[in-house]
Design a protein around this ligand. Structure first.
Ligand code: CA
Length: 114
């Protein structure tokens, strides 16, 4: 049985096991596992963080997949991102919205008839 005594900083805590003090540090960024022995396989430019316990990649907006290397097709993956009177165009890592012919963008970024 062990007792977590105190969190000293964001990534450091001290554990007492049978009177023995063990200092545990979080893995540095992009490493995971019990001994931080595994390198994360995430594409770091497209990943917000790599889970230090299981190596799971949490992707930034616009990217998906095990290693965050797959483009999200915002125009077809659920919902209308662009609103009325506009056409969605998927781009790599993002998307754009263009007003349909006869409409133009107004102040609140929606498309209004001319
Ligand atoms: Ca996209």
């Amino acid at each position: 049985m062990y007792l977590v005594y105190k969190t000293l900083t964001y990534n450091e805590l001290i554990i007492y096991i049978c009177g023995i003090t063990i200092k545990c540090l979080a893995c540095t960024q992009w490493f995971w596992g019990e001994e931080c022995e595994n390198a994360c396989t995430c594409d770091d430019a497209k990943t917000s963080f790599c889970n230090k316990t299981n190596g799971f990649c949490s992707c930034v907006s616009g990217w998906k997949g095990e290693n965050c290397t797959e483009n999200v097709d915002e125009c077809h993956d659920g919902g209308n991102k662009c609103g009325r009177n506009s056409t969605c165009n998927d781009t790599i890592g993002s998307y754009t919205c263009a007003c349909d012919e006869g409409y133009q963008k107004n102040n609140n970024d929606s498309c209004k008839g001319q």
